[in-house]
Design a protein around this ligand. Sequence first.
Ligand code: NAI
Ligand code: MG
Length: 356
Amino acid sequence: MREYSIATIPADGIGPEVIAAGRTVLAHLEKQLGDVKFTVENFDWGSDYYKKHGVMMPSDGLEQLKKFDAIYFGAVGAPDVPDHITLWGLRLPICQGFDQYANVRPTKILPGITSPLRKCGAGDLDWVIVRENSEGEYSGHGGRAHRGLPEEVGTEVAIFTRVGVSRIMRYAFRLAQSRPRKLLTVVTKSNAQRHGMVMWDEIAAEVAEEFPEVTWDKMLVDAMTVRMTLKPQSLDTIVATNLHADILSDLAGALAGSLGVAPTANIDPERRFPSMFEPIHGSAFDITGKGIANPVAAFWTAAQMLDHLGEQEASARLMRAVARVTGAGILTPDVGGSATTREVTEAVCDAIHSSN
Ligand code: NAI
Ligand code: MG
């Protein structure tokens, strides 16, 4: 029996709804496979915890999480707590504290889901976006002075280090090499931002020499939005800074049909710490409690988690089950269907047992 310990942090809004769905699916995988066991421990951290305790998680939160094999995370964000508190109080401290420097965001059009791009069919969009997840524009450097006065100033400093850029570049080239097309696009804004972004370009060229099989090109981030929309077939693996990839991957999720299907993995490639798996979407308070949250993103990120744990067969079985269910038109309203979270979850569980 192979055993894995998983910490769940469902947190806010629809987070608990989709993580519960994901736990159900994992339990069915256990039952179907018979030789793998997931021991799940739940943590009630998030905005409700904040309202009671004044912090999003206890001060020894990371210490508590350290012993797990993986973290399965819902979403943070509440209408009555400022977003920078929810984000910097829970999700970012985990990503940064555990040095999960590679944020990996696969996107493709699942069967039965229609892209808003008129000419884009299932095979035309199959990307993995690699987002630098430890520094850049979200390094938290900057400050404010003369608060509230006319001369108030705020700075938000992007930090790019040779270590940080080299390791994400190497991760992206390695990933591109492992995919059939061996194609990588490096995104920057090195025309207008002439320091850190030019360093990105230079390091990309250096790392490229280690990967002669990978074909790579460079794009400016603004032009990249156009290419993603008009020529989705021309892209495969994409690497970009924390901010740029954050924006591009929301666009990618939308082009693939809905934010409700887009997954992400926050990976520590060196495996010193647990990695964290989550849907890309937020807490979606407009649909919280209605039972219609799309659980597919939470399932897909669970498949990423299984892959990371070395359970490739379980991961593939889960994704086949998801594809069968979406292909059969069992879809939540965000992707044009009328099924509930529960109906989609039950259908995926059935498909786990019946597909091979
Ligand atoms: P959001 O992703 O929560 O929602 C955007 C839109 O997509 C909404 O109309 C929502 O109903 C829909 N949507 C999202 N996930 C869905 C799903 N699984 N099924 C069906 N529809 C879905 O982004 P929004 O509204 O900008 O932010 C809401 C809160 O979430 C904010 O507090 C924000 O800071 C937070 N947030 C947290 C993230 C995280 O925890 N990683 C990521 C993005 C936002
Ligand atoms: Mg985002």
